[in-house]
Design a protein around this ligand. Sequence first.
Ligand SMILES: *[C@@H]1O[C@H](CO)[C@@H](O)[C@H](O)[C@H]1NC(C)=O
Ligand SMILES: *[C@@H]1O[C@H](CO)[C@@H](O)[C@H](O)[C@H]1NC(C)=O
Ligand SMILES: *[C@@H]1O[C@H](CO)[C@@H](O)[C@H](O)[C@H]1NC(C)=O
Ligand SMILES: *[C@@H]1O[C@H](CO)[C@@H](O)[C@H](O)[C@H]1NC(C)=O
Ligand SMILES: *[C@@H]1O[C@H](CO)[C@@H](O)[C@H](O)[C@H]1NC(C)=O
Ligand SMILES: *[C@@H]1O[C@H](CO)[C@@H](O)[C@H](O)[C@H]1NC(C)=O
Ligand SMILES: *[C@@H]1O[C@H](CO)[C@@H](O)[C@H](O)[C@H]1NC(C)=O
Ligand SMILES: *[C@@H]1O[C@H](CO)[C@@H](O)[C@H](O)[C@H]1NC(C)=O
Ligand SMILES: *[C@@H]1O[C@H](CO)[C@@H](O)[C@H](O)[C@H]1NC(C)=O
Ligand SMILES: *[C@@H]1O[C@H](CO)[C@@H](O)[C@H](O)[C@H]1NC(C)=O
Ligand SMILES: *[C@@H]1O[C@H](CO)[C@@H](O)[C@H](O)[C@H]1NC(C)=O
Ligand SMILES: *[C@@H]1O[C@H](CO)[C@@H](O)[C@H](O)[C@H]1NC(C)=O
Length: 403
Amino acid sequence: MKGLYIVLTCIISSLASLCVAITHNTNGTFDVLNYGAIGDGSTDDSNAFLKAWTDVCGTTIDTPTMIIPEGKTFLLQPLSFQGPCKSSNVIIELRGNITAPKDIEAWKLEYGKSELLWIQFSTISGLVFNGSGGQINGQGAPWWEKFPKNQEKYRPSALKFTECQNLTVFNSTHLNSPKNHISIHSCKNATIYNLQIIAPEDSPNTDGIDISTSTNIQIMNSTMETGDDCIAINAGSSQINITGIFCGPGHGISVGSLGKGKSYATVEEVYVKNCTFTGTSNGARIKTWKGGSGHAWNINYEDIKLVGVKNPIIIDQNYDPSVFDMTKKRSAVEVKNVTYNNIKGTSINGHAIQFNCDSNIGCTNIVLNNINITNVDKGKTNASCINAHGTYSSCYPPASCLS
Ligand SMILES: *[C@@H]1O[C@H](CO)[C@@H](O)[C@H](O)[C@H]1NC(C)=O
Ligand SMILES: *[C@@H]1O[C@H](CO)[C@@H](O)[C@H](O)[C@H]1NC(C)=O
Ligand SMILES: *[C@@H]1O[C@H](CO)[C@@H](O)[C@H](O)[C@H]1NC(C)=O
Ligand SMILES: *[C@@H]1O[C@H](CO)[C@@H](O)[C@H](O)[C@H]1NC(C)=O
Ligand SMILES: *[C@@H]1O[C@H](CO)[C@@H](O)[C@H](O)[C@H]1NC(C)=O
Ligand SMILES: *[C@@H]1O[C@H](CO)[C@@H](O)[C@H](O)[C@H]1NC(C)=O
Ligand SMILES: *[C@@H]1O[C@H](CO)[C@@H](O)[C@H](O)[C@H]1NC(C)=O
Ligand SMILES: *[C@@H]1O[C@H](CO)[C@@H](O)[C@H](O)[C@H]1NC(C)=O
Ligand SMILES: *[C@@H]1O[C@H](CO)[C@@H](O)[C@H](O)[C@H]1NC(C)=O
Ligand SMILES: *[C@@H]1O[C@H](CO)[C@@H](O)[C@H](O)[C@H]1NC(C)=O
Ligand SMILES: *[C@@H]1O[C@H](CO)[C@@H](O)[C@H](O)[C@H]1NC(C)=O
Ligand SMILES: *[C@@H]1O[C@H](CO)[C@@H](O)[C@H](O)[C@H]1NC(C)=O
């Protein structure tokens, strides 16, 4: 009798999984609604998403697609979409919206981890995140209030892609992250385009995209209005191309900060091209901490339009010197081969070009060409240098302080 029972159970359960296979797998689309997601904006749909992901990631079908359908808003708790997947390309279509819990108390965060995260994609190759016009709302407002500036370690990042290869992200809207909106960490070859990132000008540490320990990253044709850097390129990054970004309000497109807490940091081969900064506090910025080591080499800003930018061109090799006794010699992150080509527009500050370099190491081979930055009302602007070396041509304000 027991044997028969097992056989029957097996038949029933394999029929059940066959049924599941038929509902979900026939054409390679995996709709989260078929896994029990509700999409009413208040039911926790995390488990349904994870179940759908298990099937999408586990199928050998070519380019399986996880569908997050339109007309609905899915509430997700912190969760991780884990690879590697069986298929060499996996597609996610975010046709509807995703929201975080509205109140801090409702978040089921894993505290005590080195970093707090809402949604993570980890160890996936060939992920295509097709935003399809969908929105990701991090519900950051109560977090900004409870943990203001300098307490960012208590606030989660909205979306993190880590250990990825051949990633594509496009056509999504990202709203009000508690901290930075998107992290690209330990990735090789990512292309990100047509994004819209929106957070209030006074929201703390709401960077648009943070890149670290990654290589061959392209970010294109996107609009970013944030309370901090539109894009920050951090330690361990190389071959970073950024084009067609409208940034502002925000803190500009920055390399760094590098070398915090005496760390070793390198950034190489950065091309920022055809970008517009409107009402930002900085434009083209490189910032490194005193006491750090490593280098920022071959950083290029080209075809940049400025509209009322506070500090359009700035290198700060003494970022936040308050932690050091400035009378003592310290190491610094080397800044070398930085070019600014065709940068035009207005500054709200007279101080359009600032190279505040380390008095010991300095910045070398800074090249300025075809620059015209005028003051919004008075017209006149100036340049200042501390231990900055390089050349300039067709440059207003004249960078005659370079040596
Ligand atoms: C694929 O299958 C799903 C579920 O069975 C169905 O809803 C969808 O319409 C199908 N799509 C196509 C393109 O056939
Ligand atoms: C998704 O968010 C956008 C912007 O807030 C909104 O226009 C749209 O109606 C939302 N969709 C749903 C299904 O709530
Ligand atoms: C992205 O998804 C939309 C539907 O949500 C589809 O129409 C579009 O073709 C997709 N884009 C790409 C490049 O696959
Ligand atoms: C980068 O990823 C894209 C998308 O998967 C792929 O088409 C392209 O060939 C990859 N490039 C390299 C250099 O691997
Ligand atoms: C990335 O894409 C390139 C080009 O299509 C391919 O050769 C490589 O194997 C891919 N990498 C991974 C890890 O899938
Ligand atoms: C992105 O969205 C726009 C507008 O909805 C659409 O025209 C475009 O085809 C989409 N791009 C891709 C690659 O799907
Ligand atoms: C970015 O915009 C430029 C100019 O409109 C266009 O030529 C290019 O195809 C776009 N790239 C992507 C990836 O959408
Ligand atoms: C990045 O930009 C540089 C300089 O314009 C160019 O040589 C390189 O091919 C670009 N890389 C990619 C992957 O587009
Ligand atoms: C610069 O970027 C903007 C916005 O994406 C685009 O409309 C324009 O065509 C681009 N210009 C060039 C020369 O690529
Ligand atoms: C800096 O640029 C010069 C050419 O101007 C080049 O010879 C040198 O290799 C570059 N340095 C680094 C570290 O790439
Ligand atoms: C440059 O302009 C700023 C702001 O207008 C002013 O504070 C500073 O003293 C000027 N520096 C020089 C060297 O003229
Ligand atoms: C710099 O820009 C100002 C304001 O647009 C303009 O009046 C001036 O002629 C420009 N100078 C050069 C050298 O292009």
